[in-house]
Write a protein that binds this ligand. Structure first.
Ligand code: 0X9
Ligand code: ZN
Length: 301
């Protein structure tokens, strides 16, 4: 089982997911595709019965944002082990599709001694450069904002939309079950911001006011636990214009009712080097906000 006082490498996370699938009849291993270096994008499905609507969670598309997979793992653990009646109801009421590490090659590279702790992209070589920003590679307004065609850049969008096997195969997985998804969550760090689509325009999405109202409730629930303050807004108004992102793609192409991207802790102190003693409080507060999102998804559904 996981302790919440350290960050785990890919091997340990995948072994833990395998253990859960062996232990719980409601848990099965799912595969969101393969990485350039041949690793499985491994996830779990939690299902307490047929014909349920779904919650979809992905994290780790930016490999240096270690708190994102750690928080996803914390949520998985709560869904399966918590005695909290609200958490148990949320686990039972939906099918959960959860991929903690959607950029496994990058994540491994951030853990290797000869690697780079602050590597953001995938690891596919382009000449003497490496990697695509996998959160610029989705087929939605590709290459328009905070993106470029320079493989040396941290925002290299790739040679074309869905040119990268990680984004392409995960998107294919999502398409196959899209009509089940009521709530889609992408975890990133940092900045303590809850983001709504879209990143290409400040114009409000169709259900902007509902999504903002629900998001405000979620960051209220989050703050209640440890006092952590989040801001909220669409990607373009809350941070910067960015296109080719997963959340924009699920909203624009698949019309998922509720789609959010969290920029987790912190706000300008440690950034991606968030100390491990913040894993547990980040997990706790984020779980509370996810439960609020699930309540609202259920009310809408
Ligand atoms: O620039 C990004 O890709 C994200 N910020 S980060 O500092 N984590 O790199 C924000 C983009 C909006 N997020 C999603 N659409 N998922
Ligand atoms: Zn990120």
């Amino acid at each position: 089982s996981m302790k919440w006082d350290e960050y785990y490498d890919l091997e340990d996370i995948y072994a833990w997911l395998d253990d859960l699938a062996a232990k719980f009849s409601q848990v099965s291993i799912i595969e969101g595709g393969t990485s350039y270096e041949g690793r499985v994008i491994k996830g779990i499905k939690i299902s307490h019965g047929p014909d349920r609507r779904a919650v979809f969670i992905e994290s780790g598309i930016h490999s240096r944002e270690w708190i994102a997979p750690a928080t996803t793992n914390y949520i998985i653990n709560e869904l399966l082990y918590s005695d909290n009646e609200e958490f148990k109801a949320a686990t039972r009421d939906f099918d959960w599709y959860i991929f903690p590490v959607t950029n496994p090659d990058g994540y491994v590279w951030t853990h290797l001694p000869e690697g780079d702790r602050f590597w953001r992209k995938s690891r596919r070589p382009f000449g003497d450069q490496f990697g695509v920003d996998l959160n610029r590679n989705w087929n939605t307004n590709w290459l328009e904002k905070s993106s470029n065609l320079n493989p040396a850049s941290n925002n290299y969008a790739g040679p074309g939309p869905f040119s990268e096997i990680e984004a392409r195969s995960l998107s294919a997985y999502i398409i196959d079950m899209a009509d089940k998804i009521d709530l889609y969550i992408s975890f990133h760090s940092s900045g303590q911001i809850l983001l709504l689509p879209f990143g290409n325009t400040t114009d409000p999405l169709a259900n902007y006011y509902d999504a903002m109202w629900i998001g405000r409730r979620a960051i209220g629930a989050l703050a209640f636990k440890h006092g952590t303050q989040y801001t909220i807004g669409n990607i373009a108004e809350a941070i910067y214009f960015a296109t080719g992102t997963s959340v924009d793609w699920v909203k624009e192409r698949l019309n998922i009712p509720l789609a959010y991207c969290y920029e987790l802790r912190d706000k300008g102190v440690f950034g991606h080097a968030l100390p491990p003693d913040q894993i547990k409080p980040t997990g706790e507060e984020t779980m509370d906000s996810v439960i609020e999102l699930v309540h609202q998804a259920k009310r809408l559904g």
